[in-house]
Ligand binder design. Structure first.
Ligand SMILES: [Zn+2]
Length: 428
């Protein structure tokens, strides 16, 4: 009898402490504290490359430290630093088979100050033929990770300069891709470019909670901390894009989940908590972060974007982008059975969020990497507006979304569920 009572007391006690612990760590007071800091005027809209952005990064690093996460980088601590360059062409030269061509026929995607390439340079060669999808084909060369010379069919003469898009910002260690408007590769050629190059240092913030047994398998929780900065066209005396929903809300979730999982300490898989920079200017932070991992070792990624307002289904609900691409959504729903919360497939598929958000780099490599959001993409009045302020958020509901993410991910971080992979063959 005595023994039984002890067992009952133990079970009741542990149930109570579990139920209590999630509310102790993930509660609206804490959500508001983090939101008020990240979205404060002090952070000046957290624009990539500005002091306000750095200030936000240092705050998040401090929160990761307080939570007891390990720094991801032995040298830079929680700050995952990387460099990008902005390059402006000063002069270029293009000689094909002995004849000089107009310099507009060469678009060199390179971070180098000076580049000189000829047929003996050992670059791979590729072709964009008449009828190809110019942008998609060009993208595949840019993302190949190899030095390329790409001969672009003359039928693209009118749209050729669009390829300058790839020049806007480059990773400092990016390979060279030279697009040449010419139908065929001549036997000999010379391509030269001289550029003015400005290097920009950027940083993600990354903390780690090592797994107990499956240390080499990763589960990622992420959001982006950068936003749009300050405008020179104030409205009603306000010039700061506070970005309370976009995406201070996601970072608030990441910080609270870090604290929760650290306390819970039942993760067999290693959990990585990441706050990305440069989402608003092209997703460079998540691209850099994603390249640091072997995709085969990443069991799941929960990217969290704009969870501060009610979804189109009302309270206690959110959607998952690319829902049908893996069975991760079904696992999350299974773990939420009996609760008032529900996940739905992304209803805004025309927006291509699965391909546009910070989950995309890993998803394209097969990782079950999804974005969770409540944002009504067809009617979110404060989206990318000066009015995206903490006062417009439903902090109580947002706290419930964060709790739901915590509970729904339990079997994945414990290693008892492994979501199916994205079939990269049928991606766009
Ligand atoms: Zn945004």
């Amino acid at each position: 009898m005595k023994q039984l009572i002890i067992v009952i007391a133990f079970i009741a006690g542990s149930l109570f402490s579990f139920a209590q612990s999630i509310d102790v760590i993930i509660n609206s007071k804490e959500a508001l504290r983090i939101e008020n800091t990240l979205a404060s005027n002090d952070m000046k809209g957290r624009k990539t490359g500005t002091p306000g952005n750095t200030k936000a990064a240092l705050f998040i690093a401090e929160e990761f430290k307080k939570a007891g996460l390990q720094p991801a980088d032995s040298k830079n601590g929680y700050l995952q630093k990387f460099a990008m360059v902005e390059a402006k062409v000063r002069s270029s030269n293009i000689v094909l088979g002995g004849s000089k061509l107009e310099t507009e026929k060469l678009i060199a995607i390179t971070p180098k100050r000076m580049l000189q390439v000829n047929e003996k340079s050992g670059y791979e060669t590729g072709k964009i033929a008449a009828g190809d999808n110019l942008g998609a084909k060009a993208m595949s060369f840019v993302q190949s990770g190899k030095n390329y010379i790409v001969w672009v069919d003359n039928s693209f003469a009118k749209n050729f300069k669009r390829l300058n898009y790839f020049k806007s910002k480059l990773f400092a260690n990016t390979p060279d891709v030279l697009f040449v408007l010419a139908d065929a590769a001549p036997e000999t050629y010379l391509l030269e470019v001289v550029q003015e190059v400005e290097e920009i240092e950027l940083m993600n913030v990354v903390g780690v909670l090592p797994g107990k047994s499956k240390k080499e398998e990763y589960v990622i929780f992420s959001g982006h901390y950068d936003h749009l900065g300050v405008t020179d066209k104030p409205e009603n005396g306000d010039s700061i894009y506070n970005g309370a929903n976009d995406d201070a809300a996601g970072i608030t979730a990441v910080i609270m989940l870090a604290n929760y999982f650290k306390q819970l300490h039942n993760n067999e898989r290693t959990i990585v908590f990441a706050a990305f920079t440069a989402e608003e200017i092209g997703g460079f932070g998540s691209q850099y972060f994603s390249k640091q991992y072997n995709p085969d070792k990443v069991a799941a990624m929960f990217n969290i974007e704009m969870i501060g307002t009610e979804s189109k289904w009302g309270k206690n609900s959110a959607y998952i982008t690319g829902y049908e691409k893996t069975d991760m959504g079904a696992i999350l729903e299974k773990n939420l059975k009996g609760s008032a919360f529900s996940f739905h497939p992304d209803p805004y598929t025309a927006e291509q969020l699965f391909y546009r958000s910070d989950n995309a780099t890993l998803a394209r490599l097969g990782v079950p990497a999804h974005t969770i959001s409540t944002s009504k993409m067809d009617s979110e009045p404060n989206y990318h507006k000066l009015s995206d302020e903490v006062s417009t958020l439903d902090i109580e509901n947002m706290t419930e979304v964060i709790k739901a993410i915590a509970i729904s991910s339990t079997s994945i971080i414990k290693g008892t569920d492994t979501p199916s992979r994205v079939n990269t063959a049928d991606l766009k």
